[in-house]
Write a protein that binds this ligand. Sequence first.
Ligand SMILES: Cc1cc2nc3c(=O)[nH]c(=O)nc-3n(C[C@H](O)[C@H](O)[C@H](O)COP(=O)(O)OP(=O)(O)OC[C@H]3O[C@@H](n4cnc5c(N)ncnc54)[C@H](O)[C@@H]3O)c2cc1C
Length: 467
Amino acid sequence: MSVHILGGGVSGLSAAYYLCRKISPKTISIWEATKRTGGWIQSHKTEKGIIFEQAARTLRPRTETGENTLKLIEELQLTDKIRPVLANSPAAKNRLIYVNGKLHSLPSSLFSLFKTQSPFSKPLITNIFNEHKQPVKIVEDESIYDFINRRFGSEMADYMMSPLICGICAGNAKEISVNFLVSHLFQYEQKYGSISKGLLKKVFSPKKNSTTSRLSERVRREKWSVYSFENGLETLPNKLDEVICSKGVQINLNTKCEKVEFSGKEVVVHSQDNSLKSKHLVSTLLSGTLAPLISDQHPQLSHLLKQIQSVDVTVVNFHFKDSLIKNPGFGLLVPPKENLPILGIIFDSCCFNQNNDTVLTVMMGGFWFKQYFGDFKKDEEFYDVALNYIKKILKINEMPSEYKVNVLKNCIPQYTVGHRKTVSKIKDYLKSSELPLSLCGMSYDGVGVNDVILSAKNCVENLNEKS
Ligand SMILES: Cc1cc2nc3c(=O)[nH]c(=O)nc-3n(C[C@H](O)[C@H](O)[C@H](O)COP(=O)(O)OP(=O)(O)OC[C@H]3O[C@@H](n4cnc5c(N)ncnc54)[C@H](O)[C@@H]3O)c2cc1C
């Protein structure tokens, strides 16, 4: 059996890695459109030796999908390269929002829930306590904003959930599906009548006995919040690339797939000057990128794939000499209600010290890209906007010693209301048509690195069941 993988990001590399356990690595090939693997994981080292993360920067270890990544990291022998952020550090505890021209810390402890903390008009414990009294609304799905507004009120929807959604997927909480992104909270209401009742049930239900890796025991013992690697997050895809190549997987760089053709039980992929036949195709491309490649033979599937849309984000990395952040933390987010052209600023150097200097990343655009920036802007214009908000919000008036602007086109899929249904229609189509095609990557099962690694693993395991 030969398997071809489209895309050499962390999904494609992980799919190949897990597939090597099932079939001969020599029968696995990857096509990657650009000159490098890693996709949106890009850790750029500047001339002054500073690491600029151009998209993904940290991983969460204490989730189910996070456990799987920890196991992978152990297998790849990357444990000694990890740099954790501990739960008691300011970078883990202090999360800020920028409202009405001022920075506000979000509540970070049980004690802080009992205090009135601006911009909230009363202690958040009041909203939490009243949640179980709110009427239940039985729905298939709704926006995260509407859900939080119904259960906890508009302040929590505007100042907690909306900025959080900007941070997770550069999206608009008024459009994003609650039954996908925080489905556990949604299910608590639908099944038990309120989130608080659902949480109580969970606390008193027997814990699942999950097998954990040595690394995840260390995570718990040392209380990690998030982590990366000493040379940046790209260490992970680089190592995956090295390991699968050493086993015999063939990675073709600068090879963009232009068309996919299904013929009986086989599939042929075409690039500008190459065609390749295989028994099975794994696509890790964004659904919207795959859609036109298969539209001639499968217009209905192509139509479904197009429904999962993505947004553009501009990322501007800055390096300033010396330590300039007065209120250290993970960073700040801007609630969409503030109508500002930035999504947030990440305080990279508070997470990982870099020569005691200040490293910041400004994120812009996302759902609101067109509204603020139109179709096109020059790098200098993005730089000006980003630096202006660093000055205004963080009161940093020094000039950066280095910076980098990147406009990331179609970089984050939006799981809008009804996403779960769309994905299940796509899966039904693949099943009923028996196409030799499997899908994984950001468009379907989750937007983070942990999610896509697990999605690649599951995709490959299912593929094995079929063969
Ligand atoms: C700004 C930003 C910040 C993020 N921050 C975090 C974070 O802190 N933590 C976290 O966990 N996640 C984060 N993410 C998400 C994370 O980056 C993704 O989950 C992950 O990188 C997705 O990997 P992938 O392989 O699925 O997709 P990609 O990285 O997009 O890889 C797909 C690959 O396919 C290639 N390709 C495209 N078209 C073709 C074609 N026609 N033929 C062949 N190859 C093609 C592309 O060149 C690319 O290399 C962030 C994402 C962005 C954009």
